[in-house]
Structure formats: structure tokens, C-alpha cells
Design a protein around this ligand. Structure first.
Ligand code: HOZ
Length: 425
């Protein structure tokens, strides 16, 4: 029995499913989840001491690589000054100023502790601002696990075939209309029918929770124009893509202006910090200025804020995103070339430092196309890569990530591992 197997057996006795977040459980791919003992740079080590090149990156936050010196130091220094105050501190002002300076669509920002809190609070704010109740989301997009957003969701919900959660009251789910991603006609039709009842459209501008799906220009434009025309709030959920796709996130990359943006992952530098922000007139509706209530004991936590601040300073280095973009491309092009050489229906693509791998002949552009990819082939590939010392997300429905710590040699090793697997496919 491996140490991970032992730990998993123990964990299952006291933690539902043995994990604290379902997609970690390896249920979709089979086998025992790796229990991680430590992580450094581009690598994680499991409890049995085996090293893996890591493309999960804690599901997105670790853009600088694991245990990066300046981040560890910032965390240490902050912790020495106390781990939580429940009162404002200078560092959170500094982080807010930096976020506002870096992301032009954010005029004011509020810090929270998780992406779920960010999206949930942004929705309440949009509802308070518009005095409307209905929201639009897209099938396969995942915006955390609050009630109204767990309707036809992605990520773990999709991985385990339960995109709409039990326990969500039908009355709440009824307020969420779900449309197809990348389908501007569906948006037009719905807005024509109920446009004056829609408080908000919430979307991942680059979808990363049903594998990676890139948005079509006409889809983004339709969302922006229809929200403006009908007085609905456009919420771009950049918890995953923010500071990942580029310094101004996916919306900067595509040049689309949101009313509200949600951030998390990279913004917290690997600690629990997230945010929502946007137009001043909307953000002013939040308590204590306005009537929309939102709060949190650990919001703006000094240690998390220190990690976030140190991260955002480092990602501003000239050429940082260009290099990451090249690394991700090198990896996806190498994998795709290897699969093509061995005649395997496989494709791969990337944007910034996010990538998608698909066991289908071409990169999908819709939820239906992702669902049509060969999941059994992915599961086989996932385990074979694990044997070769490469750690991919344990689901065919998650994006992957490269970090600044991934070297050319790491990418070459990854491609060589895949090539060996594809040759024997
Ligand atoms: N929702 C995350 C993936 N998109 C999973 C988080 C986790 O399991 O840590």
C-alpha cells in the first residue's frame, strides 16, 4: 500500500469522499488521489516521495511556481506581524490600489476569501443595483458553489455528472437561465423575451472549467451590447483567467469592458484571497455605503493580501506573460505534434499560461463539442502521464496551467513522456 493510499483510506473515514473539494478525488479518472507532501518550483512531491512536473498549479494560483522565495518571504513577514486583525490594514489598501491600477475596468474593489464568495457577492450586488432577480449563465461555466450558480455548472460538478446540485431549492434555480456558451443567437433570443428582468449575465470570458474553451468574438460582443441595451450587469468571472491570460485578464486580451469582474487564484498568490470589483456606481451600492450587504472575518486578511501583493508586483515584470505564453504554446504544440505523428485524434491549445488538451480531432468551441471528446482516452493518458512523472488535472473538464518555473527542459520532458505513451497507444 502506498502512503497516498493509506492517507486516502484514513481520510475517507473522517472527510466525505476523503477530500475537501470533490474534483481532487480522482473519481472521474479512477485510482487514488496523490497526497502532496511538498511542492517547489514546477514540481510537486507525493507522500511517497515521487516527483511530478505539475500542470495543476493548485488549480491556477501558482503562476510563479511553488514556494517561490519572495512570496514565502512576504507571507513570513506578514505572519510575524499577526495572522488576522478583523480590522483594516495598510496592505489591503496597497493591494486595492494595485488592482485598480492594473485592471482599468475596476474602479473600486472589495476583497473576499474565495472565488465562490466573489461571484456570489457580485451577483447579489448586481441584483441590488438593478432591482431585478434573474440571471443568465452558460452551460459548463463554473462560478463556485453558491446555490444559484450550481445550475448546469462545470468543474467538479460536470466531472461527476451532477452539473446541477441537489440541495439547491427549485425556486432559486428557477431564477437562473442557462444558455449555450459561444451562442450569440441564444443570447439575443433570451434578451428579447426577458431582457428587462435580467439582473446580470455571468460568464467565464475564457472558459476553464469545461476544459479550455475560447470565446468567439461575436459572443463577447453580443453579451456586452445586450447587457448595455437592457440595463443588465455584465459580470466577467476572471477568478481563473485574471492575471493568468495576461495582466488585464481575458477581458483585457479581448478588449471587452465588463461592469463587474471577479478575481481570485493568482490574485491571492496561493493563499485564500479573491475579489470583486468594477464600475464605481455599482460598487457604491455595497454596505457600508449602500444597501447590499456583504462581509467576512478573513476578508482582506493581512497574510493573504501580502502574498497577493507580492505576486502582482512580480507578474508586472516586463516580458513575464510573453514568456509564459511561449511556454504554454511550446507544450501544446509539442503534444499535438506527437499525437499527430502517431495518428491519434488529439488537439491542444493555449491562451496565456492556460491550456486545454482534448482527445478529439479539433479543439472544441462549445460545451457539446467538449462532451463529445473521448473521456476514456483522457483517463488512460492521465494515468500514463502520472506514471511518467507528469501531474495533469484529474479530469477531462479542467484547464491546465504552466508557471514561470516551468523550464524548456520540463516541457521537453513532458512532451517526451507523451510521445512514449502515444507511440504505444
Ligand atoms: N474548482 C476548482 C477547479 N476548477 C477545484 C478546486 C480544488 O479542488 O482545489
Amino acid at each position: 500500500m502506498t502512503r497516498s493510499e493509506e492517507l486516502f483510506a484514513r481520510a475517507q473515514r473522517v472527510i466525505p469522499g476523503g477530500v475537501n473539494s470533490p474534483v481532487r478525488a480522482f473519481k472521474a479518472v479512477g485510482g487514488t488521489p496523490l497526497f502532496i507532501a511538498r511542492a517547489e518550483g514546477a514540481r510537486v512531491w507525493d507522500a511517497d516521495g515521487k516527483a511530478y512536473i505539475d500542470y495543476v498549479g493548485s488549480w491556477g494560483p501558482m503562476i510563479l511556481g511553488h514556494a517561490f522565495g519572495p512570496i514565502v518571504e512576504a507571507v513570513r513577514e506578514a505572519a510575524l506581524r499577526g495572522t488576522s486583525y478583523g480590522a483594516p490594514c495598510a496592505a489591503e489598501v496597497e493591494l486595492a490600489e494595485r488592482v485598480v491600477a492594473l485592471v482599468p475596468s475596476i474602479e473600486k474593489v472589495r476583497f473576499v476569501s474565495s472565488g465562490t464568495e466573489a461571484t456570489m457577492s457580485a451577483l447579489r450586488l448586481a441584483r441590488g443595483f438593478t432591482s431585478r432577480s434573474k440571471i443568465l449563465k452558460f452551460e459548463g461555466c463554473y462560478h463556485g458553489h453558491s446555490d444559484g450558480l450550481l445550475v448546469k455548472a462545470g468543474s467538479g460538478a460536470l466531472t461527476f455528472g451532477q452539473p446541477s446540485s441537489s440541495g439547491v431549492p427549485a425556486e432559486i434555480a428557477a431564477l437562473t437561465t442557462v444558455l449555450d456558451y459561444n451562442d450569440p443567437a441564444g443570447l439575443e433570443k433570451t434578451f428579447a423575451e426577458i431582457g428587462n428582468e435580467i439582473a446580470a449575465v455571468i460568464v467565464e470570458p475564457v472558459a476553464g472549467n469545461m476544459n479550455l474553451i475560447l470565446p468567439k468574438r461575436e459572443f463577447l460582443d453580443a453579451m456586452r451590447n445586450l447587457c448595455t441595451k437592457h440595463g443588465a450587469v455584465l459580470i466577467l468571472d476572471e477568478v481563473m483567467s485574471g492575471f493568468r491570460v495576461g495582466l488585464q485578464g481575458a477581458h483585457g486580451h479581448y478588449g471587452i469592458k465588463p461592469d463587474l469582474v471577479t478575481l481570485g487564484k493568482v490574485m491571492g498568490g496561493g493563499l485564500p484571497a479573491a475579489a470583486f470589483g468594477g464600475r464605481r456606481d455599482i460598487m457604491q451600492c455595497l454596505a457600508p455605503l449602500g444597501a447590499v450587504y456583504q462581509a467576512g472575518t478573513l476578508s482582506g486578511n493581512p497574510v493573504a493580501v501580502a502574498a497577493g501583493l507580492a505576486t502582482l508586483k512580480l507578474v508586472q515584470a516586463p516580458g513575464f506573460y510573453e514568456r509564459l505564453t511561449r511556454t504554454a504554446k511550446q507544450m501544446t504544440e509539442g503534444l499535438a505534434a506527437s499525437a499527430a505523428k502517431h495518428d491519434i485524434p488529439f488537439s491542444a491549445q493555449s491562451i496565456g499560461s492556460m491550456f486545454g488538451l482534448y482527445f478529439s480531432g479539433k479543439a472544441p468551441t462549445s460545451y457539446a463539442e467538449v462532451m463529445a471528446s473521448d473521456k476514456a482516452a483522457f483517463n488512460r493518458f492521465f494515468h500514463a502521464m502520472l506514471d511518467e512523472g507528469v501531474y495533469l488535472a484529474p479530469s477531462a473538464f479542467e484547464a491546465g496551467f504552466v508557471s514561470a518555473a516551468h523550464t524548456d527542459a520540463d516541457i521537453a520532458q513532458t512532451i517526451a513522456a507523451a510521445d512514449k505513451i502515444f507511440a504505444a497507444w
